[in-house]
Every structure is written in structure tokens, then in C-alpha cells.
Write a protein of this length. Structure first.
Length: 293
């Protein structure tokens, strides 16, 4: 039965996770909430929270445009309310979360039962890659592969903490992608397969002592470092910061610092002395993915 009022709540995410390029992601405790209501009157779009001053509040908003395209309508009787906690343009999965939320809202408005597999498949086709999408749908740590996309979830280790460093610089994803070579040596590809496998094992078993080795990468982080001063400032200070690993968050420019859960505040304070212009969050991985009501 079609609904007249729905709410969808999805997390942001950090993708790539070192060697897991376009494959691995982790959900972050920054949420995007979208309410949609059928009522008499023209389309309305209201945005609050992160990006409220810059995001469009009309049919061109990514949530609204994705929702209307999926419904194949102009939305003349729709009121859309968006509450956003996800940093924008920072490599924290804001576009993937918007697409996932919009597709889920569309399904509920049409009276369809939500399907995680369907949402991952359809959202990946729009986003262009499945890693952030998978984390927004499933929460926790995700592995996404294939075309069409398939995603699987790992529960975050109990002892794992994160520090999200939102850089004050901005780098377009297109520029970050353009920095990568179209070809890589076989040795680099093998290196990343080896270390991505070790990383999945470490996260699945909670063997956090293996993270410092597992996070090494030869596909994307070296090429992108010159574009991202915050990442460059933190990448080679893992031991100095008291961290387990440092990875670029998605295509950047923000950075994910991996640490023991009981050390997150201390690590965050150390980071603030290194990059005082960045916004620093001491958090835990987000276990909850998409929530509907």
C-alpha cells in the first residue's frame, strides 16, 4: 500500500580504506534524514544542517531530483524535508547517502517493500561506484564488488575507534580521479589484493594489531597526496599520533584516522595540533545503516 508520509535515515561513509579502492567502506555516525509527505500544493524542499546555506532547496537538490526521477513525476504534491549531518564535498559519502535515501523514499511512497540488495544495485548505478552506497544501506564495514553491484557487511570490531578529519581544503572528485594513472604495474595490483585481504581479515576478526600493515596502498593514495595538504600532513605521522592507521576518506580531501576506541579523544587532540584548521571528530563506526519509519 502506498504511503503518504515517510522518513528515511541513512549514514555517511568513508570509502577505499587504504588498499580497498572502490570496494571497502565504513559507515560514519553522520546521518542524513529525509521526510517526504503527499499533500495538496506545489513541490517544496527544505534543507537544514550541513549545507543548508549552499544546497538547492528546489527540484535540483540531489535528494529531490533523484526522488522525482525515480517516481517519474514533477512532485506537485510533495513536501520534502532534509536534515543533514554529513560534511559536503569532503569524501564522507554525502552524495551516496542522498541517492540511497531518495530511492528508499520513492519505494515507500509507491508501497514497495524496501530491499537492501535492490537499493545497493540501483544507487550504485546512479553514483557510479558501490562502496559508499553499500555502507549507507547496510551500515558497519562493507565489501562491495561486481557489476551489477553486490555488497556484504562486517560488524565493526568492538575496540575500534575513528577520528574523522574534515579538511578545510576542497578537491573535486573528478580532479582526484584524474590524478590516477589509467594503468598500474602488476606488482602494485598484487600488493593491493594482498593488503585488502589482510585488512578484511583484521576487521572481521578484530585483529587491530594488523591494521598498520594492512592499510598500505599502491593504487590511489600516493597519486592524490599532492592535492591534499591535510592528508599529506597526517599520513606519515601514524605512530606519532598514537594511531593504528591513516587513510584518505574516499577521494578526499578528508582523512580517516584509525585507533583504539579508548584512545580516540587523545588522538583527536594530537591531530588538532598538526592541522589546526581542520574540523576533527572523535567517533565510533556507525553500526546502523538505512532506517525507515
Amino acid at each position: 500500500m502506498a504511503a503518504t508520509q515517510v522518513m528515511i535515515d541513512v549514514p555517511g561513509s568513508s570509502a577505499n580504506l587504504g588498499p580497498g579502492y572502490d570496494c571497502l567502506a565504513i559507515a560514519l555516525p553522520f546521518r542524513l534524514r529525509v521526510w517526504a509527505e503527499r499533500r495538496p500544493g506545489p513541490l517544496s524542499v527544505h534543507v537544514s544542517g550541513e549545507g543548508a546555506a549552499s544546497l538547492p532547496q528546489d527540484a535540483s537538490n540531489l535528494v529531490a531530483s533523484t526522488l522525482l526521477a525515480e517516481l517519474d513525476e514533477r512532485g506537485d504534491d510533495l513536501a520534502i524535508t532534509i536534515e543533514n549531518e554529513i560534511p559536503l564535498g569532503a569524501g564522507c559519502g554525502s552524495s551516496a547517502a542522498a541517492i540511497v535515501a531518495a530511492l528508499a523514499v520513492a519505494d515507500l511512497l509507491r508501497g514497495r517493500e524496501l530491499s537492501n540488495a535492490s537499493l545497493v544495485l540501483r544507487a550504485s548505478a546512479i553514483e557510479g561506484h558501490p562502496d559508499n552506497v553499500a555502507a549507507s544501506v547496510l551500515g558497519g564495514i562493507t565489501i562491495a564488488a561486481g557489476d551489477p553491484a553486490v555488497a556484504r557487511r562486517i560488524d565493526p570490531p568492538a575496540g575500534l575507534g575513528l577520528v574523522v578529519v574534515v579538511a578545510d581544503e576542497r578537491v573535486a572528485t573528478s580532479h582526484a580521479r584524474a590524478a590516477l594513472s589509467p594503468d598500474v604495474p602488476r606488482s602494485s595490483a598484487v600488493w593491493n589484493v594482498q593488503h585488502a585481504a589482510l585488512l578484511v581479515h583484521a576487521l572481521h576478526t578484530g585483529s587491530l594489531e594488523d591494521l598498520s600493515v594492512a592499510f598500505t596502498d599502491r593504487l590511489h593514495q600516493d597519486a592524490r597526496e599532492p592535492l591534499m595538504p591535510t592528508f599529506a600532513a597526517l599520513r606519515h605521522r601514524t605512530a606519532e599520533l598514537g594511531a593504528l592507521g591513516v587513510t584518505l576518506s574516499g577521494a578526499g580531501p578528508s582523512v580517516l584516522i584509525w585507533c583504539a576506541a579508548d584512545a580516540t579523544e587523545q588522538v583527536a587532540e594530537s591531530i588538532r595540533t598538526v592541522v589546526p584548521t581542520a574540523t576533527v571528530y572523535a567517533v565510533r563506526p556507525e553500526s546502523s545503516g538505512l532506517v525507515a519509519s
